[in-house]
Design a protein around this ligand. Structure first.
Ligand SMILES: NC(=O)c1ccc[n+]([C@@H]2O[C@H](COP(=O)([O-])OP(=O)(O)OC[C@H]3O[C@@H](n4cnc5c(N)ncnc54)[C@H](OP(=O)(O)O)[C@@H]3O)[C@@H](O)[C@H]2O)c1
Length: 288
């Protein structure tokens, strides 16, 4: 690869959920562009296999991993601690890890509904804990992988944990709307800093997404969803937001196919964003 394509040389990029699908393709592409990539995954074997794959691909050892189950807030705190001990700066944080729990309500070890814990509280907490490292970058970028499911989401402030009747899609849509609200609120709070924060929908992508809901359902979906794109295509907007000079000064936006688009009406509700932020602080026990 020629030097001109190595536009991310000397950049330190953290990608959560980098052991599969969109996150794996994002991590590979950032490494190919010369970045030092930190793979975050919950499975040690999968993390080392990912690191090996990236090393072979790039013929360089510009890759590391940290293992953490991101649905467990203690592990998110520990992950941030390790990153702070090992690195004095982060240039790009891609909050990509996420899942959908279709028919059953699970609880995280902290007693929170699993979708809300993994898709929302975890990136909320991790980002908050890493802000100081992102401030050390010349131009820090935070990329939140949301979903077009957020358009159908509502924030149930009186039942964020879906205790009053569980519907997997509603829980997923709520978590992804919460992530967009967080993106916009964080952009407002970081206005006078060198950090940008944006959210995106990756498209309908053929990955391991949904496999946790049963193999049969997963393969039926695969057969029905013939319009799914490959994970490499599904990662293009994440990579664009992480690397392109075109978006160096764009913050607080929602992207599909590398283009800024309008997100749901609720996502622009500043009062709701502040309320959600305050609840997030309490639930994650962030020191103020
Ligand atoms: N695929 C789509 O059509 C689609 C559409 C819209 C939005 N998205 C979003 O795109 C993101 C990536 O999903 P994907 O499609 O690439 O799915 P995927 O192939 O299932 O990848 C999800 C990644 O998240 C990791 N992960 C899951 N639970 C975790 C936990 N508790 N702790 C740490 N890591 C965990 C997975 O780790 P393992 O490898 O160990 O499972 C995997 O690396 C998600 O946020 C998803 O909501 C996907």
């Amino acid at each position: 690869m020629s030097d001109s394509t190595k536009s991310m040389m000397n950049k330190i990029c953290v990608v959560t959920g980098a052991t599969s699908g969109i996150g794996l393709e994002t991590a590979k592409s950032l490494a190919l562009k010369g970045a030092f990539v930190i793979v975050v995954g919950r499975n040690k074997k999968k993390c080392s296999a990912t690191v090996k794959q990236i090393r072979q691909l790039t013929e360089a050892s510009l890759v590391d991993y940290v293992c953490a189950d991101l649905s467990d807030l203690k592990q998110v705190y520990h992950l941030a601690k390790i990153l702070k001990e090992k690195y004095d700066r982060i240039d790009v944080l891609v909050n990509n890890a996420g899942a959908y729990f279709k028919s059953q309500r699970y609880e995280s070890v902290d007693g929170y509904e699993m979708t809300f814990a993994l898709n929302y509280l975890s990136p909320f907490l991790l980002t908050s804990l890493l802000i100081d490292l992102l401030k050390e970058s010349d131009q820090g970028r935070i990329i939140n992988v949301s979903s077009d499911a957020h358009y159908k989401g509502t924030i149930q402030l009186d039942d964020l944990q879906s205790k009053q009747g569980y519907n997997g899609f509603n829980a997923y849509a709520q978590s992804k709307l919460a992530l967009v609200l967080f993106t916009y609120e964080l952009a407002r709070r970081l206005k006078s800093t060198n950090i940008t924060v944006n959210a995106l929908h990756p498209g309908l992508v053929a990955t391991n997404f949904g496999k946790n809901n049963g193999w049969l359902r997963f393969y039926i979906r695969r057969l029905v969803m013939r319009n799914e794109i490959k994970a490499s295509e599904g990662s293009t907007t994440s990579i664009y937001l992480a690397t392109s000079p075109d978006v160096a000064n764009i913050t607080g936006s929602y992207f599909i196919d590398e283009k800024q688009v309008k997100s749901s009406e609720d996502s622009y509700d500043q009062k709701l964003a502040t309320q959600l932020w305050e609840v997030g602080e309490i639930l994650t026990n962030i020191p103020t």
